[in-house]
Design a protein around this ligand. Structure first.
Ligand SMILES: Cc1cc2nc3c(=O)[nH]c(=O)nc-3n(C[C@H](O)[C@H](O)[C@H](O)COP(=O)(O)OP(=O)(O)OC[C@H]3O[C@@H](n4cnc5c(N)ncnc54)[C@H](O)[C@@H]3O)c2cc1C
Length: 558
């Protein structure tokens, strides 16, 4: 089916927005159910995050064998990852392979941004419009727009005046960038900054890093995957994936049940050292109380601070790189390759822009309150308007023309992170209120897409035109998400999990921290009980009392 820009809307079952991991899998499932579906994707090709983030050093920080689809045994057997943490080009090749293997491209309209989606109550249909003039009506909308897909650059005075080259890590040029011989500035030291800085340092004549908040980062201890080991490992892939599905973070990582404060200091240190040597975010699972008890948290924070001081030769620079003012792990824990060691290079300077803030971008570079920095290129590693940015960039209107922007004025509110009261038949993949960015996102995507498509199957089987979460069920879910977060140290970190990186964004702890295993059990229970918490109805009618009963939902998590 081809959808052309036109005045008369084409009519299909499902519009999917986005063609990253989530959009691709949604298309595959929908087609398997015999539903007509079309995806719109702003990019010129598939890949989402891995299409856009082509900066040198871009990799996943969840291990490749975990950060990949599990829905097809054939796919996971035939694909072989070459590195422990796959590079961006390898992940993009994988997603292209998925698109071709399952013949998904014909269902995707590329280079096309969805600008609005408006719900029409009498027909229980969504009217979706794009920037290229497409108008499509669909019973259901699946928003697979990504939780980290709308990049942001702070509103620095003089931004437009810069005469050199400027890049955001999230929209890196396809042809790459040659920094040889250039004076480069990188603004931002979150996950992307930490990955790109060591790479640019190797090319540039001089690199100046402008750091507002030092982040905790753990060496990846990266290595190639031995093909023989991988072949052997694949025999137990199904069991491995089954363990990931019931885990806390959606990875095979081993979380200790022991408490740091019950462990003698020397033994504690050995545990941290072993996990440091192993590499990656593994260290977070060292003890059960690291993210719930400030004193326990300090023990791991001190261990990592000690490592920074050991690696970075200049004590002053090391001091500036040591995070302070928030608990270890309360902001996204980064994983790096040679990050701290980069500051031992003669061509790298670290500028603390908390002490001396950036006043303006100038034609020749950048001015802080302390100095002028002449730069040939500026790299903005300034992150994303996380979890809500791409959704709110569209004009989404639900019942009574209610804009989503208005419904979420005080922060996002969802039922299970999947749907929103007032917005029938609209589903969000890895939305706020779900484990999303606190998990192996690919695993969470699979769980969401499967849950949503199963729900669509249920609605069709029972001849139900619309489904919408009840406000009460949504309120109760939001309270649960907040309650679980408040039992941890997470809300203390002034992080993008809270929207703290975007001026004016309401402070709400967005991801669900209860763990992917627990979350999956709740979603399954909601489904098994007949989709509790949802009102269901026929087009043009309010809730139909003849339809399957909807009991109170809270039992699933209360
Ligand atoms: C640099 C980087 C590294 C990451 N590493 C990891 C990792 O190691 N582990 C992990 O679990 N997660 C990681 N993530 C998170 C990552 O975003 C997810 O793992 C996953 O790729 C998300 O897939 P998705 O399909 O949901 O969204 P995306 O991959 O973001 O795809 C969404 C797509 O929707 C499109 N889109 C958005 N709005 C519109 C619109 N209005 N109209 C049309 N198209 C639209 C976008 O162009 C985009 O292509 C990383 C993120 C970044 C940025």
């Amino acid at each position: 089916m081809t959808v052309h820009p036109s005045d008369s809307p084409a009519d299909i079952d499902v519009v999917v927005v986005g063609a990253g991991f989530a959009g691709l899998y949604a298309l595959h499932r929908l087609r398997g159910m015999g539903l007509s579906a079309r995806a719109f994707e702003q990019a010129e090709d598939v890949g989402g995050t891995w299409y856009w983030n082509r900066y040198p050093g871009a990799r996943c920080d969840v291990e490749s064998i975990d950060y990949s689809f599990s829905f097809s045994e054939e796919l996971q057997q035939e694909w072989s990852w070459t590195e422990r943490y796959a590079t961006q080009p390898e992940i993009l090749r994988y997603l292209n392979h998925v698109a071709d293997r399952f013949d998904l491209r014909p269902a995707i309209t590329f280079g096309t941004r969805v600008v609005s989606a408006v719900y029409h109550e009498p027909s229980a249909q969504w009217l979706v419009e794009t920037d290229r003039g497409h108008r499509v009506t669909a019973r259901y909308c699946i928003m697979a727009v990504g939780c980290l897909s709308l990049g942001r650059i702070p509103d620095f005075p003089g931004l437009e005046s810069f005469r050199g080259q400027a890049y955001h890590t999230g929209t890196w040029p396809r042809q790459g960038v040659d920094f040889a011989g250039l004076r480069v500035g990188v603004i931002g030291t979150g996950s992307s900054g930490i990955q790109v800085i060591p790479q640019i340092a190797q090319q540039a004549a001089h690199l100046t890093v402008f750091q507002r908040t030092p982040h905790y980062t753990i060496p990846a201890q990266h290595h190639q995957l031995d093909p023989e080991w991988l072949a052997e490992f694949k025999h137990q892939y199904a069991d491995y994936r089954a363990r990931m599905r019931v885990s806390r973070g959606g990875v095979s990582r081993d979380y200790s049940e022991r408490r740091a404060l019950d462990t003698p200091p020397e033994q504690r240190r050995r545990v941290y050292q072993a996990r440091w040597n192993f590499g990656g975010a593994e260290i977070l699972g060292s003890f059960a109380d690291l993210l719930t008890d400030t004193e326990a948290n300090q023990t791991v924070a001190e261990f990592v601070a000690g490592k920074i001081r050991e690696i970075v030769r200049d004590p002053d620079v090391a001091g500036r790189l040591v995070p302070r003012g928030y608990p270890f792990g309360a902001k996204r824990l980064c994983v790096d390759t040679g990050y701290y060691d980069t500051y031992n290079r003669d061509n790298v300077t670290l500028v603390d822009v908390t002490a001396t803030p950036i006043e303006a971008i100038t034609p020749a570079g950048l001015r802080t309150t302390a100095a002028e920095h002449e730069l040939d290129a500026i790299v903005f590693a300034t992150g994303f308007d996380a979890m809500t940015g791409a959704l709110l960039a569209m004009d989404i209107r639900g019942r009574g023309g209610l804009p989503l922007r208005q419904a979420w004025e005080a922060g996002p509110r969802t039922y299970l992170g999947l749907s929103v009261a007032g917005f029938p038949n609209l589903f969000i993949v890895t939305g706020p209120g779900s484990p999303s960015v606190l998990s192996n996102v690919v695993l969470s995507i699979e769980q969401h897409v499967e849950w949503i498509t199963d729900f669509l199957g249920y609605l069709r089987k029972h001849d139900i035109d619309w489904a919408e979460p009840r406000t009460r069920a949504q309120d109760s879910w939001v309270a649960h998400v907040n309650d679980v977060a408040s039992q941890t140290l997470f809300p203390v970190g002034n992080s993008w999990y809270l929207g703290a990186n975007v001026p004016g964004k309401p402070r709400v702890f967005m991801p669900y921290i209860g763990g992917v295993g627990r979350y999956r059990a709740i979603c399954d229970q909601v489904a098994a009980a007949g989709y509790t918490g949802f009102d269901l109805g026929a087009a043009g009618q309010d809730t139909d009392p003849e339809l399957p009963a909807v009991a109170d939902a809270e039992a699933a998590w209360g």
